[in-house]
Design a protein around this ligand. Sequence first.
Ligand SMILES: *[C@@H]1O[C@H](CO)[C@@H](O)[C@H](O)[C@H]1NC(C)=O
Ligand SMILES: *[C@@H]1O[C@H](CO)[C@@H](O)[C@H](O)[C@H]1NC(C)=O
Length: 226
Amino acid sequence: MTSVASFFFGLVVALSCLSLQLALASDPGHLQDFCVADATSSGFYIYNFSNGVACKNPSTVTANDFYFRGLHVAGNTSNAQGSRVTPVFAAQLPGLNTLGISMVRIDYAAGGQNPPHTHPRATEILLVLQGSLEVGFVTSNPNNRHFTKTLYKGDVFVFPSNTIHYQRNTNWKAPAVAIAALSSQNPGATTIANAVFGSQPGISADILAKSFSLDVATVNFMQSKF
Ligand SMILES: *[C@@H]1O[C@H](CO)[C@@H](O)[C@H](O)[C@H]1NC(C)=O
Ligand SMILES: *[C@@H]1O[C@H](CO)[C@@H](O)[C@H](O)[C@H]1NC(C)=O
């Protein structure tokens, strides 16, 4: 190949790799039927910073590795937001390891909310089991469009991955319950208020003041709340 041809060949290969990466927006596909997380492995991701968890020896895997009991139990919503997320991620259900999917139960006290947050690794699809919820998500820059809707028992709503989203129980007298599925074994969550005003160490108050059109004293006050 001439150097010009090899340059373009290299460019095409590089762009192909890039588009392949863009296609992999959720957990990668699995290469065997299952890879039950081996909690005793030195590769356990929570402690060892690797991507996913080593597989348990398949000959020692049992039905209980694919099983979790507990989502019939209401989460404790006695907290400032009035909500509780009960996760069933790979850490709770080892059989989810490498499968790119997980589930949560969300309980809402009367008037409670699950405050604006994002999932860095997952799209979320939510089903209302009980009560009614005001939900919404906001798209990325520059439009920052807000899609919002009130959901009732049996309604399903999807929050596209990485968008800031929230839910609030619209009933001030009774609790609400939802189940959600997420397209990652370990979706993660970034709560906006905590990340912005409660980071450790804190972001300089003058930076936040300029960002939010507030005075520094107000930012100091908000940071003190976290
Ligand atoms: C990985 O994590 C396990 C569990 O905490 C720990 O015992 C082990 O020492 C860690 N391995 C490395 C290489 O850090
Ligand atoms: C719920 O959480 C609150 C606040 O942490 C605690 O005081 C209370 O004992 C908990 N209730 C139950 C039933 O665990």
